[in-house]
Design a protein around this ligand. Sequence first.
Ligand code: T4K
Length: 369
Amino acid sequence: MNKKIFVTQPSLPSLDEFIPYLEKIWNNKVLTNNGEFHKKLEKELAEYLGVEFLSLFCNGTIALLTALQTLEITGDVITTPYSFVATAHSIKWNNLNPVFVDIDPESFCLDPTKIEQAITEKTTAIMPVHVYGWPCNCDDIQKIADKYHLKVIYDAAHAFNVKYKNETILKHGDLSVLSFHATKVYNTIEGGAIISHNIETKNRIDKLKNFGFAGETSVIESGINGKMNEIQAAFGLMYLKKVDSYIEKRKHIFLKYTELLFNVTGVQLKREQPDVVYNYAYFPVQIDKDLCGKSRDEVYEYLKTKNIFCRRYFYPLITDFVMYKETFSLATAKQVADQIICLPIYPDLNLSDVEIICDTIINFINVNL
Ligand code: T4K
């Protein structure tokens, strides 16, 4: 590959399209604190995603922190070790204790059959992750939550506009949290949102993200500054107009990879689940050394020498970082983390580049077979 190819890259519409938004901001001189674009984006995004109550945030991590504050979670929170570290950090920053439970070998999301063994009198919530935008088994998770009176906060950072049985997966749980980081399917440069299910909860979230202010001189909560600014919101409005076409382009890339890697021994692809409308956020594959003779790390390093910069999302497991510890067996998560590699996928990636990436992998693992 002559040029460098990264795991992802944001699509940027022509700069001319952004200038009118900036001119408006320059004229209004409102840069943040629930300005015109912020209000418009909250409304348009809620409509687009098919949800009733959406609160914008400066990023997904602060949104996760605030989601836990909103529901006044205490004690232990059951979560997955197979995620970006922000999931567990948000629990720890609330002085709560993350309890890690293994993942399901098909979806790579929290395994509902393993949750009950981890529940104690200290457990108050579950924080599953729709990892890569693949839906968790929300029905089974909710049954357990109902049985033990637990709250459920979905880390839906990857799950922008993912649908299951024609409905948004953001309707599940007590709250869902999205990330709009530059590396995501939909981005506001940095950004995020909490999806809630009634106006009282949205009002509480909106206070918590604005220092706890309930009026000019009244602070009723120890809130934080989680506000999205007007330039982020304007960018988000512009991006929202394009996102359907971006997801469509991602789909073509996803299908091309699937076609080219489908039958390659030792390269295991994810099977699409029935009734799910994906956003094609990531293209993870598992490299099985026993079958292809090359380890994931060998493939990863080799691709780098060819200017193809993949990512090992999510290796190491969160429980391998010093501040966290493993209590239950995480055998499936460990195996997946050791084999996973996310191949480049983004709207502007050429299909001819996808062919080169696949050829490079196939040629490398076929050597010495
Ligand atoms: N929960 C989950 C499950 C998450 O995955 C995340 C974030 C969060 C919560 C927290 O949400 P935020 O607070 O971030 O909103 C990236 C992202 O920084 C992070 O948002 C994301 N998950 C995570 C999975 O991936 P890195 O360290 O891999 O990013 P970076 O900068 O190495 O970017 C990857 C590649 O993308 C680069 O090699 C080049 C390309 N890139 C990146 C940026 C930022 C661009 O082309 N342009 C850019 O502006 O973490």
